[in-house]
Design a protein. Structure first.
Length: 71
């Protein structure tokens, strides 16, 4: 299943890369892409363990929001 998040306020491409790396390491996330220029986060999460993986990903994004960005 694919999820797309839109964000604002991230002014560091390296921070976007770090977020993408951390999201891609979550068990159940098949693909993660943080598009710095389009201000979007694309996540593809497998059906098995979808709820757990999406919850972890959303928590990680929330932490990034608190530090850097608004979704």
């Amino acid at each position: 299943m694919k999820n797309v998040y839109t964000f604002e306020g991230l002014d560091c491409a390296k921070c976007a890369d770090n977020l993408e790396i951390r999201l891609s390491k979550i068990k159940g996330v098949l693909e993660a892409n943080v598009d710095f220029f389009m201000k979007k986060i694309y996540l593809e999460i497998g059906d098995e363990g979808y709820e757990k993986a999406s919850l972890i990903a959303e928590r990680l994004i929330a932490i990034a929001v608190d530090k850097y960005i608004k979704i």
